[in-house]
Design a protein around this ligand. Structure first.
Ligand code: CMP
Length: 139
């Protein structure tokens, strides 16, 4: 079933000019990039986006990292896009990520792990509206 998910190419990847290489893996996994924008996230945006993690010990570090350089926010579309993108990303910790996944190929650590992808279709919808207007998503 065609579905949408939300993706962020994180500062460690944009800093190393890996946007195109990450997008090649995304497209190779059968996902269409139907919206994309490079932004400098504000602290308020990052804190809201990661609100669910605010009690975690790494919250401050995570927010500081996400605003340390521009990110690329994206909407990806395809059959089972949420699960398909999670598979293409690989495990959160790059040391545990499978061969050929974005995190195995490019991530530096569990914190600086190159990409974010929604963990459910419900969360994808909530995340997409934080960064895109409906008319900006062109399928
Ligand atoms: P993401 O999918 O963006 O969602 C939450 C993020 O928290 C996760 O990716 C990691 O980048 C980050 N994270 C998870 N565990 C740790 C950790 N132990 N230290 C720093 N960051 C972490």
């Amino acid at each position: 079933m065609a579905e949408q998910t939300f993706s962020i190419i994180k500062p460690d990847a944009t800093r190393r000019n890996l946007t195109g290489k990450v997008n090649a893996v995304i497209e190779g996994a059968g996902l269409r990039i139907v919206a994309q924008r490079r932004i400098q996230m504000t602290r308020a945006q990052a804190e809201k986006f990661y609100e669910i993690h605010k009690e975690r010990p790494f919250f401050g570090e995570l927010v500081d990292f996400m605003i340390s350089a521009p990110v690329v926010v994206q909407v990806l579309e395809g059959d089972n896009a949420v699960a398909r993108y999670r598979e293409a990303m690989g495990a959160t910790n790059p040391a545990q990520a499978a061969e050929g996944t974005i995190r195995k190929l490019y991530a530096e650590s569990v914190g600086e792990n190159s990409v974010h992808g929604s963990d459910s279709a419900d969360n994808a919808a909530l995340e997409i509206v934080q960064f895109f207007k409906p008319e900006e998503i062109v399928g």
